[in-house]
Design a protein around this ligand. Structure first.
Ligand code: GDP
Ligand code: MG
Length: 297
């Protein structure tokens, strides 16, 4: 089942309805360049949404602002269609002065809310396209120290607008102990700054298995992830997605090696619908109320 994405694996009524209509799901990736954002997206959705990069020409001008680039793909699995959109934010954190890096990103998220509001207000609401951002993967550089001011600023500005999912990028560059310490430090920083990250919801009367799954996923946040486009052959002949080192192979899909599987479980398998619901019922609704108030409606 290597590379099986898993969104077709959906248990309840809500999901069955979405299955018929097909899903629209939009995920944004934010983080300095080189942290493995494009690779992780390819790994998560088992597509080459992002083809390998050509090296930049020597006299290429470096952009001076954060760009917003959106790519969509239709993925189908067991007869379920997913219209996946990935919003990339190249340039974030890459400049000498990154003070305003969060601004174009906030503007983009709000423009998507605006477009949804405009569609809702139409007389004919048959074909509402939901281009709102349902989740934002925020890539933390694997320094092993603490969050940087840029990380804190971004998350503080965005946490009321989007479901934030922090991940430790390129976790294969840290030891297990370093990852554990870094996670504790990141969570402490997040709590100290009152940053709200996406929490998997828990319901009453939930069965034992679901509660355990929710707890297991929650216990891995911020997910220490490893991405790879490469299939590696292990000495025992098994083919795995992973990264090869002289001392061995880090397997993307092995839960002993990193939290990739748990991240995918949260984003794609278990909580895709909750991410969409929270975006609609809370984040969008709050934005809409504020907007209408400010317009004096
Ligand atoms: P982006 O600029 O954030 O989109 O980063 P890319 O996905 O283009 O990756 C930048 C470089 O990091 C490439 O050479 C990747 O092969 C490498 N890379 C991507 N993911 C990982 C990872 O999890 N671990 C390690 N060690 N390298 C990675
Ligand atoms: Mg990229």
């Amino acid at each position: 089942l290597m590379g099986y994405v898993g969104f077709a694996n959906l248990p309840n009524q809500v999901h069955r309805k979405s299955v018929r209509k097909g899903f629209q799901f939009t995920v944004m990736v934010v983080g300095e360049s080189g942290l493995g954002k494009s690779t992780l997206v390819n790994t998560l959705f088992n597509t080459t949404l992002y083809p390998p990069k050509e090296p930049p020409a020597p006299n290429d001008e470096r952009p001076q602002t954060v760009a917003i680039q959106s790519i969509s793909a239709d993925i189908e699995e067991n007869g379920v269609r997913l219209r996946l959109t990935v919003v990339d934010t190249p340039g974030f954190g890459d400049f000498v002065n990154n003070d305003d890096s969060w601004k174009p990103i906030t503007e983009n998220i709000e423009a998507r809310f605006d477009s949804y509001l405009e569609q809702e207000n139409r007389v004919n609401r048959q074909k509402v396209v939901d281009n709102r951002v349902h989740a934002c993967l925020y890539f933390i550089q694997p320094t092993g120290h603490a969050l940087k001011p840029l990380d804190i600023e971004f998350m503080r500005r965005l946490h009321t607008k989007v479901n934030l999912i922090p991940v430790i990028a390129k976790a294969d560059t840290l030891t297990d102990d370093e990852v554990a310490e870094f996670k504790a430090r990141i969570l402490a920083d997040i709590a100290y700054h009152n940053i709200q990250i996406f929490q998997a919801p828990t319901y009453e009367n939930e069965d034992e298995e679901t509660i355990t799954e929710t707890e297991e996923i929650a216990s891995k946040i911020p997910f220490a992830v490893v991405g790879s486009d490469q299939v590696v052959v292990l000495p025992n002949g098994r083919h795995v997605r992973g990264r090869s080192y002289p001392w061995g192979v880090i397997e993307v899909d092995n839960e002993e090696h990193c939290d990739f599987v748990k991240l995918r479980q949260m984003l794609v398998r278990t909580y895709m619908e909750e991410l969409r619901e929270y975006t609609n019922d809370v984040l969008y609704e709050n934005w809409r109320t504020e907007k209408l108030l400010s317009m004096g409606v």
